[in-house]
Design a binder for this molecule. Structure first.
Ligand code: HEM
Length: 284
């Protein structure tokens, strides 16, 4: 079976589109590297770009379960494995670029991984992704059995956390984007936790999805406040207050809230579309 075919062996437009799109960032980075557009530090720029896509793909794979339920789009599941395997491929490319940047001195790479904690954490994430990729073939899924496979693949929650920590640690001063990523991680994990207790027919009711968005945004603001307080001694109220003005730019909590509410709104529109015509509200 080709990656763009569904279980019945037919070509799936969704799978084909995602399959082609997954090559995009890698090819673009390779082209930029070859054309000299990544000067003055082409390796550092390529490591960063591919690292960003690795974490994005891990998160997109993690978002499939909630989006599938909220948007009532069951076929999304068809592309989850492909996105997960692509995340692994990008992680390997990220590690390979780092190795190339170290002139393929494997002893040095190993020593850096042991001595620099953010690299140790990144490497642990790559090892975890390797285990998931190795068990993602149809044959391995059958061999492990559905329940064991699912249990093993819950490793991805820990892997995503390691990826967030690696991202935050290497970003040092500018934590704007990593804070957003951490907030989205909170939303993704919060969804799974809430779904365990309050799901109705496997789906988290939309008011809960909205509430989860608000909770994730509050947690993001509190996390950012704690960081500025502990790292730079900035008074917590100053950071909290920054969330209500645009003087320091749009704060991560606002972005997390915006994304979460957009997903909730899309879920509401979808719910309206699936209501039988008679039960749809009339606006005339
Ligand atoms: C799944 C595993 C990994 C993920 C998701 C990941 C992700 C990232 C991300 C998002 C960045 C920041 C990009 C930016 O600043 O815009 C980054 C930077 C970096 N990563 Fe990773 N990484 C992983 C594993 C590794 C491993 C195993 C190594 C090397 C042993 C590594 C080495 C680096 C280095 C050196 C940088 C900093 C580049 C620089 O700014 O100088 N990463 N990574």
């Amino acid at each position: 079976m080709y990656p763009w075919q569904d279980y019945s062996g037919r070509t799936s437009a969704l799978k084909l589109a995602i399959f082609v799109a997954l090559f995009g960032p890698g090819l673009w980075t390779a082209l930029s590297f070859a054309m000299g557009w990544l000067q003055p530090q082409p390796f550092t720029a390529a490591i960063r770009e591919i690292g960003l896509w690795t974490i994005r793909l891990i998160f997109i794979a993690l978002a499939i379960t909630p989006l599938r339920a909220i948007l009532q789009w069951s076929r999304l599941i068809l592309v989850r494995r492909m996105i997960g395997v692509a995340a692994f491929a990008y992680a390997i490319a990220h590690l390979s670029l780092y190795t190339a940047d170290q002139m393929f001195d494997l002893a040095k790479v190993a020593s850096e991984i042991v001595h620099r904690i953010y690299l140790t954490i990144g490497f642990a994430a790559v090892l975890g992704l390797s285990a998931l990729a190795a068990t993602s073939t149809d044959a391995m899924t059958r061999r492990l059995g559905g329940r064991n496979w699912q249990r093993l693949h819950r490793l991805v929650y820990g892997i995503a956390l390691l990826a967030v920590v690696h991202y935050c640690m290497q970003s040092k001063l500018d934590l704007w984007e990593p804070t957003i990523v951490a907030g989205i991680y909170g939303w993704l994990m919060g969804y799974r936790l809430l779904a365990r207790y309050v799901a109705v027919r496997g789906r988290l009711p939309l008011p809960w999805v909205g509430l989860l968005g608000v909770m994730a945004a509050v947690a993001t603001a509190l996390g950012e406040t704690a960081y500025f307080w502990l790292a730079f001694g900035v008074a917590p109220m100053r950071v909290i207050a920054a969330n209500w003005s645009l003087v320091t730019g749009v704060r991560p909590a606002a972005i997390v809230l915006g994304l979460a509410l957009a997903v909730t709104a899309a879920g509401a529109v979808r719910a309206l579309m699936t209501l039988p015509a008679k039960r749809r509200p009339g606006f005339a």
